[in-house]
Design a protein around this ligand. Structure first.
Ligand code: NAD
Length: 489
């Protein structure tokens, strides 16, 4: 690999790759437990420097008004990522534990290509709208509405789909004219730090426009929520941390954009192909070891066919044993850390304690003595009040719940503090659409449709978040609105 050739990553602050004042911290391959190398460990002083650089770049350069420069820089970054895609693939599999098959999709190539949407949107966007002349309060006035960048954006991201989430923040925030400080999760520092290398070596981004600050200390990220020089925090992560970000941002009334956790439901109506639907639910819940916020982890099936549904899901999941992410056939790789594996195991134990059973899986595979693995698991025998049905597990775990008809299925889907995503399967498209319309969630898959796309807004209702990422709605999260009223002759 030429990227990170010395196996030590740097911070990007004010256009320069620099060491962290806190030394370094290791980044670990979750499939092997091997230390891949080290990342720069930033302190709050480093973070303060990065915020200062972003502030100056916003206030003192023409970045926020120079659309042509922004589009050029974003396309250069995209091209640099394309040119290094095989190295990035190797890095992503090693650091994230992402199955190789997902790197041609949302784990790597998808988000690289989605940068086109951000650049294209900046080029075609109607930055100024002419509302014409009117006579409000009797005064002849020409009204214009201008959309412009919010300012300095603090982007805080998790480890599960690092490229997807880092780029879904950097792309629109930069295209809209903001400057950014990106603070990735301590578990995947290299996936963010390589962007710093590529930006310095292959793009014209002016110093301070993008800053990338890796740290082992969550408190370093918290500075982004409190510092008055930051105008907006764009956060993806757990609901608890999102709550802390919002509370911290309240003191300076920061604009806060939150993409949080989920506990999404997969509804199988009584006329659906039960085996096919349950098999798809099982496959989805196993993908990337269930470490996806929008994964449907509650399989809600007709009560009279409950046992059949459990068998169908378990039949698929038993064939998807947790395995080596470098293997082209692997769907379920490792989970990110020992801490995460132990957390999932605790949830599995709670299911048994509450009277549930495992139709397959139930813990770590016996044949792996290295790496952080949990076998895909189907939990049966519990209802929607069980802990495993209410809380986000973030592991390859599917809980099967019985429903008594469409109204009950909708009730169960909505009986959750979260509202991120959902799925409906029915032989009747109209009936499925009617159920989808009643689900209080940000995205719905009907009979296998795919909502994940650069031009489709993604985000949650209720405690799954505030705002939308991707699509025009995601771009506009990073804009302010200014009305200019000019006295007309
Ligand atoms: P996390 O909340 O522990 O951490 C996310 C980020 O926040 C990390 O960079 C972390 O260092 C930082 N952080 C931690 N404490 C902070 C604080 N007090 N102030 C500011 N920053 C702080 O989440 P995680 O474990 O890295 O990721 C898993 C979670 O992310 C899951 O809950 C998952 O559902 C959620 N997620 C949501 C989406 C979405 O789009 N809705 C997408 C992916 C992941």
């Amino acid at each position: 690999m030429t990227l990170l050739g010395d196996r030590e990553s740097r911070l990007l602050i004010d256009g320069k790759l620099v060491a962290g004042s806190g030394g370094t911290f290791p980044t670990v391959n979750p499939a092997t437990e091997e230390v891949l190398g080290v990342a720069a460990d930033a302190t709050t002083d480093d973070m303060s420097s990065a915020i200062g650089a972003a502030r100056r770049a916003f206030d003192e350069t023409d970045w926020s008004t120079n659309v042509e420069l922004r589009v050029r820089c974003i396309r250069q970054l995209q091209q640099a990522m394309r040119d290094h895609v095989e190295e990035l693939r190797e890095l992503t599999i090693a650091e994230v534990g992402a199955p190789v098959m997902l790197t041609s999709m949302a784990q790597l190539e998808g988000p690289i290509e989605d940068l086109s949407f951000c650049a294209d949107t900046a080029e075609s966007y109607e930055w100024t709208t002419d509302l014409g002349v009117a006579k409000p309060m009797g005064i002849k006035t020409h009204r214009t509405v201008v959309r412009e960048a919010v300012g300095v954006v603090g982007a805080i991201t998790p480890w599960n789909f690092p490229h997807q989430i880092n780029l879904a923040k950097l792309g629109p925030a930069l295209a809209a004219g903001n400057t950014v400080v990106l603070k990735p999760a301590p578990d995947t520092p290299w996936c963010a730090a390589v962007l710093g290398e590529l930006i310095v070596e292959h793009t014209d981004f002016p110093p301070g426009v993008v800053n990338i600050v890796t740290s082992s200390d969550h408190g370093v990220g918290a500075l982004l929520s409190t510092d008055p020089r930051v105008d907006m925090v764009s956060f993806t992560g757990s609901t608890n941390t999102g709550r802390a970000v919002m509370a911290d941002g309240a003191a300076t009334l920061k604009k806060v954009f939150l993409e949080l956790g989920g506990k999404s439901a997969f509804l199988v109506l009584d006329d659906a192909d039960l085996a096919g639907a349950c098999s798809m639910a099982a496959f989805t819940a196993s993908m990337h070891a269930g470490q996806g916020c929008a994964i449907t982890t509650r399989l809600v099936v007709p009560r009279e066919r409950y046992d059949e549904a459990v068998q169908a899901a378990a039949g698929t999941m038993a064939g998807l044993k947790a395995g080596d992410p470098t293997n082209a056939g692997t769907v379920c790789g490792p989970v990110i850390s020992a801490r995460q594996r132990d957390r999932i195991q605790e949830y599995l134990d709670s299911a048994i304690a509450e009277g549930g059973t495992f139709a397959c899986g139930g813990g770590s595979p016996a044949d792996r003595d290295k790496g952080f693995f949990i076998d895909p698991t189907v939990i049966a025998g519990l209802d929607n009040s069980a802990r495993v049905a209410r809380e986000e597990i973030f592991g390859p775990v599917l809980t099967v719940i019985a429903h008594d008809g469409d109204d009950d299925a909708v009730r169960i889907a909505n009986d959750s503090p979260f509202g991120l995503s959902g799925t409906v399967f029915s032989a009747d498209d109209e009936r499925a659409a009617g159920v989808a319309a009643r689900m209080r969630v940000g995205t719905v898959n009907v009979n296998g449709g795919v909502w994940y796309s650069a031009d489709v807004p993604f985000g949650g209702y209720k405690q799954s978040g505030i705002g939308r990422e991707m699509g025009i709605a995601g771009f506009e999260e990073y804009l302010e609105t200014k009305a200019i009223a000019t006295a007309a002759k």
